[in-house]
Design a protein around this ligand. Structure first.
Ligand SMILES: Cc1cc2nc3c(=O)[nH]c(=O)nc-3n(C[C@H](O)[C@H](O)[C@H](O)COP(=O)(O)OP(=O)(O)OC[C@H]3O[C@@H](n4cnc5c(N)ncnc54)[C@H](O)[C@@H]3O)c2cc1C
Length: 264
């Protein structure tokens, strides 16, 4: 590879999946100088945070094992981008010049203000720092303390299933539809009925033992899944309607999530 005397400066903001891949991919060019800015000295595998919380896996990796030679890591947080001047201000007060900027800061989770108490009491699984607090909190409470997971999207389902697999008593609270981002056929795969559970539904409060009728389909899936029996009694879904379903095992990632879930 030819060394360029005046390489273009590329600053990548955010060392998640996107930023790390971008920085490494840019190394195929000889005419760039690559700086990756990330607030933590370790790569956080967000897709493993529910496992980190449940203590069934880790969620951090040393950048040294991920970043190719020539990518400069700056542990800091971008606070301001000056596009006219082509500079990035960092929380430490340092300023980086750039010719090209890759903006890959990911997403953050917002605690809905509409839910009273959520901001003060709930702990999010979506970011490393809050996941670490949640993990510590779970260690403090008795093993059989009830755990409520709010949110019936894929992250909520995965978290509830992971905790149930560790023997926690988990209730998953969601809206009318479990895993709404999935199409109906896939949704059926993710959330087979394990046990009917009527929460405060249209017909009044029936309590968690409102219906104990096991589902034929669940039994069939238990036959096929070695872990289903352990999860079957562990996770209940509480929602708005009656005749609800339980997520009884860790769902297979849906098609659009599969790429990120593969080992790298
Ligand atoms: C529990 C859980 C399970 C998931 N499972 C799956 C799954 O199975 N499949 C799937 O496809 N997706 C999954 N996701 C979603 C997936 O994690 C995100 O889509 C993915 O992390 C996005 O990658 P990213 O690189 O854009 O952002 P991120 O991974 O969020 O990385 C962004 C990085 O930028 C850093 N950053 C933020 N602000 C700044 C700043 N100002 N300056 C510098 N750096 C900054 C952050 O600290 C972070 O390191 C899951 C998410 C969670 C929470």
């Amino acid at each position: 590879m030819t060394e360029h005397s005046n390489p273009s400066k590329v600053v990548v903001l955010g060392g998640g999946y996107a930023g790390t891949l971008a920085a490494n991919r840019l190394r195929t060019r000889a005419d760039v100088d690559i700086t990756l800015v990330n607030p933590r000295p370790e790569f956080v595998e967000r897709i493993r945070l529910h496992q980190f919380v449940a203590r069934t896996g880790t969620a951090t990796l040393d950048y040294g094992t991920l970043l190719g030679k020539g990518v400069h890591l700056v542990v800091d947080t971008a606070t301001r981008i000056d596009t006219a001047g082509r500079t990035v201000r960092l929380a430490s007060g340092r300023t980086l010049d750039y010719d090209y900027l890759v903006y890959a800061v990911g997403s953050t989770s917002a605690t809905p203000a509409a839910v009273p108490g959520a901001a003060e009491l709930a702990l999010s699984v979506a970011e490393f720092e809050s996941a670490r607090r949640l993990r510590a909190r779970l260690e403090e409470v008795p093993r059989d303390a009830p755990v409520t997971v709010v949110g019936g999207g894929l992250t909520g389902i995965e978290t509830a299933a992971e905790l149930a697999e560790r023997g926690r008593r988990v209730t998953l609270v969601c809206g009318r539809t479990l895993a709404p981002s999935l199409g109906a056929p896939v949704r059926g795969q993710v959330a087979d009925p394990a046990r009917c559970h009527r929460a405060r539904g249209r017909r009044g409060d029936r309590g968690p033992a409102g219906c104990r009728r096991p589902c034929r389909r669940f039994r069939r899936r238990c036959d096929a899944s070695e872990r289903a029996d352990r999860l079957g009694g562990g996770v209940r879904r509480a929602g708005a309607g009656g005749g609800e379903r339980a997520a009884h095992r860790r769902p297979r990632p849906a098609a659009h999530r599969r790429d990120a879930d593969q080992p790298r």
